[in-house]
Design a protein around this ligand. Structure first.
Ligand code: BT5
Length: 280
């Protein structure tokens, strides 16, 4: 992967500018630095390797050179983008799901709110963050990490004990090699297709029908919100937990609707979803 290949392969897409970094702490951090230097709207940061990639609530995200995809898109704080902020994470997840289905015939689902699963294993994660200047919102950073080839989920890189959900990679699920730049193109193309449609019922319906674990019993537990100095703020703050609920679907704002054992419908606005073992 290199800048020239990226520029040529992504030339037909409405990307503001491309910054390629062979190795970086986190593409979301690089995006934050670029925003301060005047990055245009829809600018894209791509890295071959991340040395401090992160997930939500300060967790680690592993990106290995040559076998993973890690990129971040910058969206300026226009009125339309701000209005659609609560759906940004879903936009990333849905674009990955859509691209896999349309171009590779691979069925993926969204583990609410930000994971993409294939055969109930995590292949991708999304981290949407906000960049502030004082109390003024400067930009939204949409970061996506994908396990493409087997080295991205080696036991050495990702010991099962450190995972909060079993992981896999796209090539393993497909049984054939995947060109990372082509995959990036496919995802960005779907993301840019859906972005102006974020407010539509079509988007909400697609998102809802992509949900993993519908009808299954889950727990939504609170994590910790991220507040480290200098880092962009995590869009998925976690206010409370729901002990047990059966996944029903989504509310119009993208919160998760669950039915408890007493039949009450409760709503989770953010959090970490865990599958509960099936009760007889
Ligand atoms: C996520 O967080 O899944 C969001 C990941 C976002 C990564 C992208 S890469 C580009 C951009 N730059 C960044 O620095 N980040 C974004 P969360 O739901 O909190 O899941 C994190 C958890 O996933 C970890 O605690 C591990 O258990 C697990 N994990 C870490 N690396 C993984 C991988 N490569 N594949 C599957 N699971 C992984």
């Amino acid at each position: 992967m290199d800048k020239k290949t990226l520029e040529t392969s992504l030339a037909d897409l409405a990307i503001g500018a491309i910054r390629y970094v062979p190795s970086v702490d986190s593409t979301n951090n690089e995006a934050a630095r670029w925003i301060d230097q005047g990055a245009p709207d829809a600018a894209l940061v791509v890295a071959d390797e991340q040395t401090a990639g992160r997930g939500r609530a300060g967790r680690r995200w592993h990106t290995t050179a040559g076998v993973s995809l890690a990129f971040s898109l910058i969206f300026h704080s226009s009125r339309a983008n701000i209005q659609m902020m609560p759906r940004m994470t879903a936009l990333g997840a849905l674009a990955v799901r859509y691209a896999l289905q349309r171009n590779y015939n691979l069925h993926a689902q969204i583990k609410w709110p930000n994971d993409v699963l294939v055969e109930r294993h995590k292949v991708a994660g999304v981290l949407a963050e906000l960049q502030w200047a004082g109390d003024k919102l400067k930009a939204i950073i949409l970061g996506i990490g994908i396990n493409v080839a087997p080295g991205s989920v080696d036991e050495e890189m990702l010991p099962t004990s450190t995972l909060n959900f079993p992981a896999t990679c796209i090539e393993k699920a497909l049984g054939q090699p995947v060109d990372r730049v082509q995959l990036l193109h496919d995802i960005l193309s779907d993301l840019l297709y859906w972005k102006p449609r974020l407010g539509s019922n079509d988007f909400l319906n697609e998102w809802e029908s992509s949900l993993a674990f519908r009808g299954e019993w889950v727990q939504v537990s609170a994590g910790q919100s991220l507040g480290k100095d200098g880092l962009p703020a995590d869009l998925e703050r976690v206010p409370y937990s729901i002990d047990e609920g059966q996944v029903i679907g989504l509310t119009t704002d993208g919160s998760l609707k669950l039915r408890t054992r007493s039949g009450e419908v409760v709503i989770a606005r953010a959090g970490e979803l865990r599958l509960l073992p099936q009760k007889k």
